[in-house]
Design a protein around this ligand. Structure first.
Ligand SMILES: [Mn+2]
Length: 309
């Protein structure tokens, strides 16, 4: 990747559609590094609206949904599949990721499926290349690490994760600012949507499955967004009997975004990939079309029940 970066005059950094802190954090950490190299850089994300929480990541305000034709090298971060790029770059492409379903697309793939976050993969690359982190890079990578480990509480949080966090803290990462933004800041709209989702939560399969269906109406009435859905999944999984949390969200174009979380037992990545999606063992998702919320909910509950037995 170093040689490709050196050779390119204009580099496009890609955060995936509906970016999370891992994808945006990596793109921004690389942005900060490339600025030091005095490269022309475009920080790209195909989504027009970006979660407010990501404003804690240095340089994230530079993100644009406009791709430039003279970009010679594209680097995608945290994109488990090419569809996540939200664009088909007609230039060299480097794929930096940690999703287990990543097929190694691109001209160069730096994919480590054992890593807890793409931030960990990118940090490793910076280490290998003896690239010194500045405080902005450390803050951006810390946001990715903290978010993908759900505030250091996911199953994959181990000694290595804390060592990585310590390294980023030593490099000047603004830990409190990021933690506040990612885990404690909510909008009123988000709290209102969360309460609607939890109100409508149903327990199925001997209370082992938490089913949450989020209609367009619920989203429009509350004004809330994706962060409320993530929080609802987390809350539902906290119920003592629940092993799988399932959330279906109706999108503006009529498709349904499905998110699956589990704390043990089944492999939700397997379920999502059967529907053309992907993710990780404990967290996955996919998009379905031409089916109602009701029909898809029932089909998925049945699939999950079978997986559990
Ligand atoms: Mn990630």
């Amino acid at each position: 990747m170093r040689a490709r970066i050196e050779a390119a005059r204009h580099i496009g950094l890609i955060a995936h559609v509906h970016p999370d802190a891992d994808s945006m954090g990596c793109a921004c950490a690389m942005y900060a590094h490339l600025l030091r190299l005095e490269k022309k850089v475009t920080l790209f994300c195909a989504s027009e609206t970006i979660d407010d929480r990501l404003a804690c990541i240095p340089w994230s305000q530079k993100c644009t949904a406009r791709w430039r034709d003279d970009i010679e090298l594209a680097i995608a971060f945290d994109c488990g599949s090419e569809a996540r790029l939200g664009i088909r770059p007609e230039c060299e492409l480097v794929n930096v990721d940690h999703h287990s379903g990543n097929n190694g697309f691109g001209d160069l793939a730096i994919v480590d499926t054992s890593a807890v976050s793409t931030a960990s993969v990118l940090l490793n690359w910076f280490r290998m290349e003896a690239i010194k982190l500045n405080a902005k890079m450390a803050t951006a990578l810390y946001a990715g690490l903290a978010d993908d480990t759900v505030g250091f509480m996911s199953h994959r949080t181990d000694a290595n994760v804390f060592e990585t966090a310590a390294e980023l803290a030593h490099a000047g990462a603004e830990i409190t600012k990021v933690n506040e933004a990612l885990f404690h800041t909510r909008s009123l709209a988000s709290i209102r949507l969360l309460s609607k989702i939890l109100e409508a939560l149903e327990l199925r399969g001997d209370a082992r499955i938490a089913l949450m269906a989020v209609s367009r109406l619920m989203i429009e009435q509350s004004g809330g967004g994706i962060s409320a859905c993530d929080e609802a999944l987390h809350s539902a999984l906290g119920l003592s009997t629940v092993n799988v949390a399932l959330l279906l969200r109706e999108q503006e174009d009529g498709s349904i975004k499905v998110s699956l979380r589990t704390d043990d037992g089944i492999d939700v990545e397997k379920i999502a990939s059967a529907y053309g999606g992907g993710g990780h063992h404990f967290a996955s998702g996919f998009i379905a079309r031409d089916i109602s919320l009701q029909q898809l909910s029932e089909a998925l509950v049945n699939t999950i029940k079978k997986e559990m037995d």
